[in-house]
Ligand binder design. Structure first.
Ligand SMILES: NC(=O)C1=CN([C@@H]2O[C@H](COP(=O)(O)OP(=O)(O)OC[C@H]3O[C@@H](n4cnc5c(N)ncnc54)[C@H](O)[C@@H]3O)[C@@H](O)[C@H]2O)C=CC1
Ligand SMILES: O=C(O)[C@@H]1CCC=N1
Length: 270
């Protein structure tokens, strides 16, 4: 049994990192970017090629190209009954099935790039007809990258991309903002990077270890008449929390729009 990746970009690399760390998988990446393919081969010892070899029912095909490239990338593929795992945002199993010549052995995954370091959070969705064995295989595979959460409805895949799939980018945005602010206060770039990273790391570790909610932890830093209050009040005046909620909603809406864009009809996005 071989796990074939169609597309060897950022998300494929993050999943492959987990699989290789865990061991026991035969991995083959089919891509168009020769330099990136070579990097993957050197770093992870995976097989690479520019075309997909013939598949059979024991194989697994991970669809890891951009949604906009998926129809062209899957054109003419005979899955040979292989299990198909799609990480593409927005694209429904019905749309993918239509592009894959009617194959219905498809599970959707919404992973994230922290899977690269074993700290991923992936949402999984399998239609009701998918076997327990295929679900168990997929869960085991994704656990090599971190945590998983099965979602009962396909529509949930839109909601989870807004939190976990795209979420690491929000955190990097905030990290970058804190680093920039540190530099504006006169720390050099290396100091600013270390200070902001250590602060995020420390706060996340404390939040994970504490049995109090996040709001209380925020309160514990905020002394009456002290310094933190001034910062938090400034964030409130700038509606930072509301902006984050709006950003998540815009992300979810984009996932739905991608689904609609590629659906043959509204049945495919139900
Ligand atoms: N980057 C992320 O954090 C996440 C990405 N995803 C999903 O993962 C998928 C891939 O995204 P990324 O890895 O970020 O993109 P990427 O651009 O890094 O990788 C996509 C790769 O597909 C290759 N490709 C394009 N057409 C191809 C074809 N016909 N045959 C073979 N390879 C082809 C490209 O050369 C590129 O290397 C997308 O569908 C995205 O929605 C899901 C969750 C998180
Ligand atoms: O931005 C995107 O469309 C992909 C899906 C989730 C994260 N990156």
């Amino acid at each position: 049994m071989t796990v074939y990746f169609l597309g060897g970009g950022n998300m494929a690399a993050a999943i492959i990192a987990g699989m290789v760390r865990h061991g026991g998988y035969a991995i083959h990446v089919v891509g168009r970017n020769a330099a990136k393919q070579q990097q993957l081969a050197e770093r992870y010892g995976v097989a690479i090629s520019s075309t997909l070899p013939a598949l059979n029912a024991d194989d697994v095909l991970v669809l890891a190209v951009k949604p906009q490239d998926m129809q062209a990338a899957t054109a003419g593929i005979d899955t040979g009954g292989a299990l198909v795992l799609s990480v593409a945002a927005g694209l429904t199993t019905a749309t993918l099935s239509r592009w894959l010549g009617g194959s219905t052995r498809i599970i959707r995954i919404m992973p994230n790039t922290p899977g690269q370091v074993g700290m991923g959070m992936a949402g999984l969705y399998a239609p009701a007809h998918i076997s327990a064995a295929d679900k168990a295989f997929t869960e085991t595979l994704m656990r090599t990258t971190g945590q998983v959460l099965w979602l009962p409805e396909e529509d949930d895949m839109h909601r989870i991309v807004g939190i976990c799939g795209s979420g690491p980018a929000y955190v990097f945005y905030l990290l970058n903002a804190l680093q920039q602010a540190a530099q504006a206060q006169g720390f050099d770039a290396a100091e600013a990077r270390r200070l902001s990273l250590a602060t995020f790391n420390g706060a996340v570790a404390l939040a994970a270890a504490a049995d109090t909610d996040f709001a209380q932890l925020q309160q514990n830093v905020t002394s009456k008449g002290g310094t933190t209050h001034e910062a938090i009040e400034t964030f409130r005046q700038h509606h930072v929390a509301e902006a984050i909620a709006e950003g998540v909603a815009a992300c979810v809406a984009r996932s739905r729009a991608l689904g609609l864009q590629f659906a043959a009809d509204t049945q495919e996005v139900r």
